[in-house]
Write a protein that binds this ligand. Structure first.
Ligand code: 4NP
Length: 163
């Protein structure tokens, strides 16, 4: 069976979407779903192509037991809409920028990541790049909750067994 493919998207692909990528990857491992679902991440801008996640993102991830060291930034491409089943955007600008390059017939579902964390009264993952370390702590709180919600959603919709 073809894997279910999930793509996390932000602006630079060095802060929010790599954090979402690393957390979701860890959840797949914890639940034994790495052979069923796979995750990647990308940015709507190409400023940081090839770069590792921001050191503050790596540090906050490490402090919670996630490893982002293997991740490298790339740009979101129209072809991603053919390759992925779910494209999750961190904020409204990401959503609009992604929608703007969606090719006709692109099959991916384009969704807002925080729709999967209804316990938070926020609809966008705030960009932490120009702020302090506390911003990365908050991003991680949001991302952990949304990753759990997204996994639950995919399991329900695809009738995947829980483990
Ligand atoms: P991200 O954060 O979209 O969460 O990766 C940003 C990273 C870099 C820039 C902006 C946001 N930048 O302007 O370089």
């Amino acid at each position: 069976m073809a894997k279910i493919r999930v793509l996390m998207v932000c602006l630079g692909n060095i802060c929010r979407s790599p954090m979402a990528h690393g957390v979701f990857e860890a959840r797949l491992r914890e639940h034994g779903l790495e052979d069923v679902i796979e995750v990647d991440s990308a940015g709507t801008a190409g400023y940081h192509i090839g770069a590792k996640p921001d050191p503050r993102a790596r540090q906050e991830a490490r402090s919670r037991g996630y490893d982002l060291e293997h991740l490298r930034a790339r740009k979101l491409e129209p072809e991603d809409f053919q390759e992925f089943d779910y494209i999750l955007t961190m904020d409204d600008a990401n959503y609009q920028n992604a929608e703007d390059i969606r090719p006709a017939g692109g099959r991916a579902e384009l969704l807002r990541f925080l729709d999967f964390a209804p316990q938070f009264d926020e609809h966008e993952v705030p960009d932490p790049y120009y702020g302090g370390d506390q911003g990365f702590v908050h991003v991680m709180d949001l991302v952990e909750a949304a990753a759990d919600g997204l996994l639950e959603h995919i399991r329900t919709h695809r009738a995947l067994k829980a483990s």
